[in-house]
Design a protein around this ligand. Structure first.
Ligand code: TPP
Ligand code: MG
Length: 788
């Protein structure tokens, strides 16, 4: 191929290929049978229920076909992310035409029989999703929930210098919060070590039933908008196919050449100054080439083209469908066996260069395990429970620093956070790497910024942290996102989408396992006394616990050694969403590393050293989950032991929350026999929980022992002292003692004096904090002295 001249003949062929893609996308929507219209089209050939989208499809087919030419021309490693992924039939059509689809699904063969199955399965019971779903080879982005395409695309190209992630952005999608801010991702791209993202804003003018904002801006405003965001926009606008093919092909050559020039300059000179990256604005009619008008309504070029452009509810619509499908001239495109004719097949890239076969889009194929240091080398020395105080997150930071060191040559590990890495106490990572920042740096004020930093924390956007991380792990790398616990809720929905993605992948053997999505929730609800009420929300646990049991894992390590053991496990695991709640404040340390490994491996256990029932039936089970509840529960045992030494308390700590769920509902769940052995069938369980109490009730409702009383966060909080936060929510030691006494039936009235004493303590506490402004010394300086 002459690299500079695109012949009319070649563009004609591309147009034919595009017609084939449009034909197959429309046929998937409508046809049950007669896939190449070789018989006269009849009612029985048409699906009874037609569901899917058309409006976005022809434009995205156009893009795919043009990207194929670019891949061939430059032998380019390229993946495609479809922001408006609701037009899944476009991706499937192209994956099929290039042969990738039949390699993954041999049943959908390259012949008439395969074509019939291809059409029938789409958006059909027992078939495939109408979106660019995990089932779609070549996809790392479903596009069901709009807004994350650019973030995913950037995640994919970090540390992939030779990769281009082309990314179709819907003009409606562009209005979402996450997408609107994701244009700033270019401030974090390093032209030497990273690849490039090529955004293609698909300005088809409409959403479901409204015009789009960007499509109604003037050219000047739109161009200036992108200029202000650091992009140089190239406009490809029109509706005449052959004119548009030439414009698009020439523009793509220009932008890819520009990307190459930028990268060559940076790589030869080491100059990483942020370049102005090119992007494309593609303005075409929504539903381009589809029915122009149905029942007097304008379809092509209007929002009416969004879903099914013509319903089959009137006899005259049959002709509209027939004419529309025939307009693509399938008889010229497929041979007698139903195969795409060879001169068109030739246009598709080959092997792994095909978009739907690109290994980056099946990241598990490229995944290399991390080299991990032995986490036990970072152990906090705990001579006796509670003898030392440490900050769990600072200890973890030392381990993570060395994960960076050990994988420096692989460049397959990054960590993510919205401006919080210091606040979340991962300070030690800055001993070996920096924050990624490709903007001017002010040496006088800035800390740890560099264009090749691996800590992605310089953009205050939870959406970007999550989206970049997802893109990064979906393409076969590793990392975690450390967030304030309350604000992880901003990406509830994204984490849910990722969990759904993984759930579907688990049923697709050809999708190779990828690193887990690790979400480290720190600065947790109990450590937000200084920020107050707005920063207190442990509800992510409730949210994510509803996702498929095969996929989600929830950990609440009570001290630094347990956190180290948990993180090591999570970084090695695959295909999970791991939520880890961690403490960042100075806290007494409870377990030696040996004990921590045993405890975390089992996920739940009786702490013998904190229990007073050894060898006996307990009077009460005091359970706790989370660092702060653990501290208060231990203080409560301490009081109980001093005040009523005859009461037998069994102390249980939970690290792996899913241990509480029945075994048949979660793979980690304890059997009833195991559960009863720990919690008894009938003794009162006082449970101090990190989060909302309902979650524990939900997880344990089918267990034998219903004598369970859960104390957790119940939306009480303000700027106050750390201990007062616990008092306000009744998970403090005094309230836990009261709860124990109240529920131990055998005590009769004997406990009344202790209850009175605890109530007096609570009053003393309130008086003290209101007078002095800090917690009472007996609380703040309390130390575990043992019960044995
Ligand atoms: C976050 C989110 N909000 C709402 C929807 C419902 N929805 C599906 S498609 C669509 C319109 C999309 O318009 P656009 O991005 O322009 O896509 P296209 O025109 O290419 O179909 C909407 C609102 C969604 N999928 N995701
Ligand atoms: Mg649109």
């Amino acid at each position: 191929m002459d690299h500079n001249v695109i012949s009319d003949e070649y563009l004609q062929k591309m147009d034919a290929y595009w017609r084939a893609a449009n034909y197959l996308a429309a046929a998937q929507l409508y046809l049950l049978d007669n896939p190449l219209l070789r018989e006269p089209l009849k009612k029985e050939h048409i699906k009874k229920k037609i569901v899917g989208h058309w409006g976005t499809v022809p434009g995205q087919n156009f893009i795919y076909v043009h990207l194929n030419r670019i891949i061939n021309k430059y032998d380019q490693d390229l993946i495609l992310l479809s922001g408006p992924g609701h037009g899944g039939n476009f991706f499937v059509a192209n994956a099929y035409l290039e042969g990738s689809y039949s390699e993954v699904y041999p049943n959908i063969s390259l012949d008439v029989d395969g074509l019939q199955k291809l059409c029938k399965q789409f958006s059909f019971p027992g078939g495939i999703s109408s979106h660019v779903a995990p089932e779609t080879p070549g996809s790392i982005h479903e596009g069901g929930e709009l807004g994350y395409s650019i973030a995913h695309a950037f995640g994919a190209v970090f540390d992939n210098p030779d990769l281009i992630a082309a990314c179709v952005v819907g003009d409606g999608e562009a209005e979402t919060g996450p997408l609107a801010t994701s244009w700033q991702s270019n401030k974090f791209l390093n032209p030497v070590n990273d690849g490039a993202v090529l955004p293609i804003l698909h300005l088809n003018g409409f959403k479901i039933s409204n015009p789009t904002i960007l499509s109604r801006l003037s050219h000047e405003e739109l161009e200036a908008f992108f200029k202000g965001n650091g992009w140089k926009a190239y406009f490809v606008e029109g509706d005449d196919p052959m004119t548009m093919h030439r414009k698009m092909a020439e523009t793509l050559d220009t932008v890819v050449d520009e990307i190459k020039v930028i990268q060559k300059h940076a790589r030869e000179t080491g100059d990483t100054t942020r370049p102005v990256w090119p992007m494309i604005v593609l303005r075409t009619p929504k539903g381009w080439t589809g029915p122009k008008e149905v029942d007097g309504n304008k379809i092509e070029g209007s929002f009416q083209a969004h879903q099914v452009p013509v319903m089959m509810d009137k006899p005259e619509h049959m002709d509209i469908l027939k004419q529309w499908l025939e307009s693509y001239k399938p008889e010229e495109l497929f041979d007698k066996d139903g195969k795409l004719i060879p001169e068109l097949k030739d246009l598709a890239p080959k092997g792994d260069r095909r978009i739907a076969s690109n290994p980056h889009a099946n990241g598990g194929k490229l995944l290399r395990d991390l080299r991990l240091p032995d986490f036990r080398d970072y152990a906090v020395d705990v001579p006796a429970p509670g003898a030392v105080e440490k900050q769990d997150m600072i200890e973890l930071g030392g381990y993570i620093r060395d994960v960076f060191k050990l994988n420096d040559d692989q460049k397959n590990f990054r960590i993510f956070g919205p401006d919080e890495t210091m606040s979340n106490r991962l300070n030690k990572v800055f001993e070996v790497t920096n924050r990624d920042w490709n903007n001017p740096i002010d040496e006088g004020t800035d800390q740890f910024l560099a264009a090749d930093g691996r800590v992605m924390d310089s953009m205050l956007s939870e959406h970007m942290c999550e989206g970049w991380l997802e893109g990064y792990i979906l393409t076969g790398r590793h990392g975690f996102f450390a967030s304030y616990e309350a604000f992880i809720r901003i990406i509830d929905s994204m984490a849910a989408q990722h969990a759904k993605w993984l759930k579907v992948c688990n049923g697709l053997p050809w999708r190779r396992p990828i690193a887990s999505l690790n979400l480290l929730l720190t600065s947790n609800v109990w450590q937000q006394d200084h920020n107050g009420f707005t920063h207190q929300d442990p509800g992510f646990l409730d949210h994510i616990s509803n996702k498929k049991a095969d996929v989600v894992r929830l950990y609440l390590p009570p001290d630094a050694n347990c956190l180290l053991s948990t993180m090591d496990h999570c970084l090695k695991s695959k295909n999970y969403v791991n939520a880890i709640v961690a403490s960042k404040h100075p806290r007494p340390q409870w377990l030696t590393m040996d004990q921590a490994v045993k405890h975390c491996t089992q996920g739940i256990g009786i702490w013998d050293w904190a229990s007073t029932d050894t060898g006996d039936e307990p009077d009460v089970v005091l359970a706790c989950c989370g660092d702060t509840p653990t501290l208060e529960a231990l203080a409560a045992v301490d009081i109980m032991h001093r005040e009523m030494p005859d009461v037998k308390v069994r102390f249980v700590n939970v690290v792996d929350l899913m241990k509480l769920e029945p075994k048949d509902r979660h793979p980690h769940g304890l059997s009833d026999v195991e559960y009863d052995a720990i919690f008894t069938k009938d003794k009162p369980i006082i449970f101090a929980f990190h989060g909302y109490p309902k979650l524990i009730h939900e997880l344990t409702y089918s267990r034998h022992n219903h004598n369970i009383h859960v104390y957790g966060y119940h939306e009480e909080g303000t700027i106050t002292t750390p201990f007062d936060m616990r008092v306000q929510n009744e998970i403090d030691r005094f309230d836990l003692v009261i709860a124990m006494v109240n529920h131990i039936q055998s005590l009769g009235n004997k406990g009344s004096f202790l209850i009175q004493k605890m109530r007096d303590k609570l009053v003393a506490h309130k008086t003290y904090i209101h007078d002095v402004g800090i917690d009472m010394p007996e609380v703040a300086e309390w130390k575990w002295t043992g019960v044995k």
